[in-house]
Design a protein around this ligand. Structure first.
Ligand code: HSE
Length: 347
């Protein structure tokens, strides 16, 4: 029976979310899916790193990180390997890339992905940078080396928005995709409508693990921009760059705007959309829209996201579910890992 040896690059909210699921469901994953694993390495810029070729005690690491925040406090293993050394020199055969997202440069995550591919290691990620900026190049490299690059959690966290569009809706002819794709801003708008001020709502979204390391990316719309570029390029086969997408976040929406909308029977939502134009090109945008309360997206609140595919054969198909959060995004990585396991062990 094959053994998946996992290395984590980054061990923040999302990485720990996956680790908790792996600990909790280890037996079920083995019995039900034939998926057996060891976590052999973790490397995090802030928390330190540890490598043990025979496997780490994952619950012990989670406890240590909770208590001291320092992976180096783990009593065994080799310490001090940086992300590149962890990717290239450990015996891991699957890399979990959960370092921070930089939507402008994609780094250091793009380099992590390339190194993993060059070492013939599969890679799963929730990091939007590499996929928004370099998906074609990375998938071509991976195909060349016979490894898989998976990124379900880059859009709508564990809610399977990409798999739906890419696999389940294959051949359906998608002409448009639009919806609420950022959990932090949707949470803030929901809380502000209940009367909370912007700063407190953002602070809560950070404490609940919804926001990016730099929440500017959420509130200025860059996170949603990255996600709509991913959807356009991966699901609609477009070739958009982030600079071609007009982008406006929620920072200009005042409590007065929210109150006025409420009195009109409307609600503000940050909407990302991509649509095929008559000349075949794809145009995308991120902007706040005032929706009537009876609009289906108006009822999508808090960190919940929703995405509607407009298609030729099925009309509109909508998926609704968590868009951010520790377990929801950790789970996205698990679906990718299980999918790789299924693919490589299928007779
Ligand atoms: N910061 C992101 C959000 C996390 O709030 O949606 C999930 O991509």
């Amino acid at each position: 029976m094959s053994l998946t040896r996992i290395a984590f690059i980054g061990f923040g909210v999302v990485g720990q979310g996956l680790a908790e699921i792996l600990v909790e469901q280890k037996e079920e994953l083995s019995e039900r899916y034939g998926f057996n694993f060891q976590v052999v390495a973790i490397s995090d810029t802030m928390k330190g790193s540890v490598y043990d070729e025979n496997g780490l005690h994952l619950q012990k690491i989670l406890d240590i990180v909770k208590a001291t925040g320092k992976i180096n406090d783990y009593p065994e293993g080799i310490k001090g390997w940086d992300s590149q050394k962890t990717i290239t020199e450990t015996n891991a055969n699957l890399i979990v890339e959960v370092s921070w997202t930089d939507i402008k440069t994609g780094e250091p995550a793009i380099s992590h992905v390339k190194s993993a591919i060059k070492c013939y290691k599969h890679i799963v990620m929730t990091n939007k940078g590499p996929i928004a900026l370099a998906v074609r190049e990375l998938l071509a490299m991976a195909a060349n080396n016979g490894v898989q690059v998976r990124f379900e959690g880059t859009v709508l966290s564990g809610t399977p928005a990409i798999n739906l569009g890419l696999n389940n809706l294959a051949g359906v002819q998608i002409s448009k995709v639009a919806g609420i794709v950022n959990g932090t801003t949707n949470y803030i708008l929901t809380e502000m409508e209940k009367g909370l001020d912007y700063t407190s709502a953002l602070k809560q979204a950070q404490e609940l693990g919804y926001a990016e390391a730099d929440p500017t990316a959420d509130v200025e719309g860059f996170d949603a921009l990255g996600k709509i570029v991913i959807l356009a390029n991966v699901v609609m086969n477009a070739n958009l760059t982030k600079d071609e997408v007009s982008c406006q976040g929620i920072t200009k929406i005042t409590p007065q705007d929210i109150e006025t909308a409420k009195q009109e029977g409307n609600r503000w939502k940050l909407i990302a959309s991509a649509e095929i134009q008559s000349d075949g090109s794809v145009k995308a945008a991120v902007k706040p829209e005032k929706l009537p309360l009876e609009h289906p997206l108006a009822a999508v609140s808090g960190p919940i996201n929703a995405l509607t595919y407009t298609t030729k054969h099925l009309g509109e198909v909508t998926i609704i579910g968590p868009g951010a959060g520790r377990a929801a995004t950790g789970y996205a990585l698990l679906t990718d890992i299980l999918d790789i396991h299924r693919t490589i062990t299928r007779p």
